[in-house]
Write a protein that binds this ligand. Structure first.
Ligand code: ARG
Length: 511
C-alpha cells in the first residue's frame, strides 16, 4: 500500500466523510463495536490474511508476508494466482487475525492443503486468482478479528463503486528494496471506468479485470508490490446503514484481488485487480470444494544428443494427477563469456524436437506445462548443450551435458527464512530457487551498519559463500563479529549465471 504523507491526509478526509471504513485495531474488542481508530492508514481488516513461507513446519515472526489474501470461509482463502504460481501447497501457510507483522498474539496460522487456480491462468491475460484450501481439521475460527467476506455475485456492477484495498505491501515504490510496513495499511479507492486503464494496452482486459485507484491532486492511493492477492472489499453504499464505523457490516462483497500495476500510485496507471464478478472467474472461486491443482513429482529430462539434425525427447515429468493435459515447449538460449544466459527463445513445441542448425552453440531445455481442473504448473529439464554442429565428431550417447550446465532459464529468487546471532556469530538460512529448481550458489554480502569504534572506519564489507543443503536451502555462518548492527544481502545465482534479486536482513550482534 502506498501511503505518503499526502496520501494519509487524503485518507483522513475520506474517512471523516464516511467514504471508507475504519477498521478496529487488532487489540480492540469485538468487531462491530462503535469504535473509530485514527484514519491515518493502519487498520485491522478481519478478512485480510497474510501468506507466509512455511519452513520446517513453522513460520517466523515478524511474519514474512509475501502476499495477501481474503477469508472466503473457515477453510478457504482467496489470493492471486501469480502469488502461488510455482509453489506447492506445503511451502506456505495462511495467517489470519494479524494486524502488526511483529505481533503473533492473535494470529491463526494454518497450513495450506491444496491450491486451485483457473486452468486458463498463464495462457491468457487475467484469471489471476487462487483458492487456498485449509485442512478441514483446522478451520479458521471466525468471529472477532477474523471474518469471511462473501464473493460478489456474478455480473455484479462494479464501476463507480468505492472499495477498500489493504495489505502489508510496499509503502514507497521509489525506495530501493522492500519498504514493507509492520502494520496492515488500507486505502479507499474507486472502481474506474475501464478506459482509465487503457494505457496498459492489451494487458488490461476489462471483462476480467478492474481498474481502481483514487487520485486527489498530487496524491494517489494504490496497492503496491507485496499487496498482491489481497482484498478489494466493496463498501456497501447504503446511506441508511452503518456509517463506516462497523466492520464488516459496511462492506458487502469481495469484488477484486490485487493483481498488477505499473509502478504504484501513478495516476496514468491505476491498480489492476482480478474482477470476481466475471462469470467464469466467479464460478471458479465460489466452488464449495475446489479441485486441487496438480503438483510436480519428478522433473523431466532430455533424451538424445544435442547436435544439429538430431531428435531430442522430453520425458519423465510426473505429477500428482496421473493424467494431466501436458504441453511441452523447447527453449534455447545463448550464454555469454561470463556464463550469463541471454537471447532466450522458443524453438518448438511438442514432446520431440529436431535440433536445427540455428541452435548450434546454444543451450537447450524443455518446459512441461501440465493442467488439470485445479490449474497448471510448469517444470523445466536440466539444460543440455551447447549444441554441436552436424560436422563435429559424433558425441558418445549420454555425453550430453557440459558439467556445471545444470540450471533453468528462470531467474532465481532468494528468501532469507531464518536469521539468528549468538556468541557473536550470525547464521542465516536462505531458500534460493528458480522455477522450483535449487539455485547453484548464494553469496551473502556482510555490511556493518553501526557500532564502529568512534572515528575509525568499520571493517570492510565481506562476501560470504553460503553452503547448499537439500532442496534449495543454503546456510551461512559468519566468523566472530564485533558487536554492532549488520546488514546481510543474499543473492542467488543459477548455474547459467543468472542472478536473482537481492534479499536482505539486518541483525544485531551483542556483546
Ligand atoms: N504484482 C504486485 C504484487 O505481487 C501487486 C502490484 C499492484 N500494483 C499496483 N500498482 N496496484 O504484490
Amino acid at each position: 500500500m502506498r501511503s505518503g504523507r499526502r496520501v494519509l491526509r487524503h485518507l483522513h478526509r475520506a474517512a471523516v466523510a464516511g467514504a471508507l471504513l475504519l477498521l478496529l485495531p487488532a487489540t480492540a474488542g469485538a468487531v462491530g463495536a462503535p469504535r473509530i481508530v485514527n484514519a491515518d492508514g493502519p487498520a485491522a481488516v478481519p478478512w485480510q490474511v497474510a501468506l507466509v513461507p512455511l519452513r520446517d513446519g513453522g513460520v517466523g515472526v515478524p511474519f514474512d508476508v509475501f502476499c495477501g489474501g481474503t477469508v472466503r470461509d473457515a477453510t478457504h482463502v482467496l489470493t492471486a494466482a501469480h502469488c502461488v504460481a510455482d509453489d506447492n501447497a506445503s511451502s506456505m501457510a495462511v495467517v489470519a487475525g494479524v494486524y502488526a507483522r511483529s505481533d503473533a498474539s492473535a494470529a491463526q496460522v494454518r497450513a495450506v492443503t491444496e491450491i486451485s487456480t483457473p486452468p486458463a491462468f498463464g495462457t491468457e491475460p487475467g484469471h489471476d486468482v487462487a483458492i487456498l484450501t485449509l485442512s478441514p481439521l483446522t478451520p479458521l475460527t471466525l468471529g472477532g478479528t477474523v471474518a469471511a467476506l462473501p464473493v460478489v455475485p456474478p455480473d455484479g456492477a462494479d464501476v463507480g463503486r468505492t472499495a477498500v484495498v489493504s495489505g502489508w505491501g510496499n509503502t514507497d515504490p521509489g525506495a530501493l528494496g522492500n519498504t514493507q510496513p509492520d502494520t496492515l495499511l488500507y486505502g479507499s479507492v474507486t472502481v474506474h471506468d475501464p478506459a482509465a486503464c487503457q494505457a496498459y494496452g492489451p494487458a488490461f482486459v476489462a471483462s476480467r479485470m478492474l481498474c481502481a485507484g483514487r487520485t486527489n491532486g498530487a496524491s494517489t492511493v494504490d496497492a503496491c508490490q507485496g499487496d498482491s492477492g489481497g482484498p478489494l472489499a466493496r463498501y456497501d453504499d447504503d446511506p441508511s446503514g452503518p456509517d463506516g464505523t462497523q466492520v464488516p457490516a459496511d462492506f458487502d462483497a469481495l469484488i477484486g484481488v490485487v493483481s498488477f500495476g505499473r509502478g504504484c500510485g501513478d495516476p496514468g496507471f491505476p491498480g489492476v485487480y482480478t474482477r470476481l464478478a466475471e462469470p467464469t472467474i466467479n464460478a471458479f472461486v465460489t466452488q464449495p470444494a475446489p479441485p486441487a491443482r496438480l503438483e510436480p513429482l519428478t522433473t523431466p529430462s532430455i533424451t538424445g544428443i544435442p547436435a544439429a539434425g538430431q531428435a531430442l525427447g522430453c520425458t519423465g515429468a510426473t505429477w500428482t494427477d496421473p493424467a494431466p493435459q501436458t504441453v511441452v515447449r523447447w527453449l534455447s538460449a545463448k550464454t555469454d563469456a561470463q556464463g550469463a544466459i541471454t537471447d532466450v527463445r522458443v524453438d518448438g513445441t511438442g514432446p520431440a524436437l529436431t535440433v536445427g542448425d540455428g541452435d548450434v552453440g546454444r543451450i537447450l531445455t524443455c518446459e512441461v506445462r501440465a493442467t488439470n481442473a485445479g490449474g497448471s504448473r510448469r517444470m523445466q529439464a536440466r539444460l543440455v548443450g551447447p549444441v554441436i554442429a552436424r560436422s563435429d565428431p559424433a558425441p558418445v550417447r549420454g555425453q550430453t551435458l557440459a558439467p556445471g550446465n545444470v540450471t533453468t532459464l528462470a531467474r532465481p529468487t532468494a528468501r532469507i527464512t531464518r536469521r539468528h546471532c549468538a556468541a557473536r556469530r550470525c547464521r542465516l538460512t536462505i531458500v534460493a530457487k528458480a522455477a522450483g529448481v535449487s539455485a547453484a550458489s548464494v553469496t551473502v554480502a556482510q555490511h556493518r551498519l553501526s557500532g564502529c569504534p568512534g572515528g575509525t572506519a568499520c571493517r570492510r564489507d565481506r562476501v560470504l559463500h553460503a553452503t547448499r543443503s537439500a532442496g534449495g536451502v543454503f546456510t551461512v555462518t559468519t566468523g566472530r563479529l564485533a558487536p554492532g548492527r549488520y546488514r546481510f544481502t543474499a543473492v542467488a545465482s543459477s548455474a547459467g549465471g543468472l542472478r536473482g534479486a537481492p534479499a536482505s536482513a539486518a541483525l544485531t550482534v551483542r556483546r
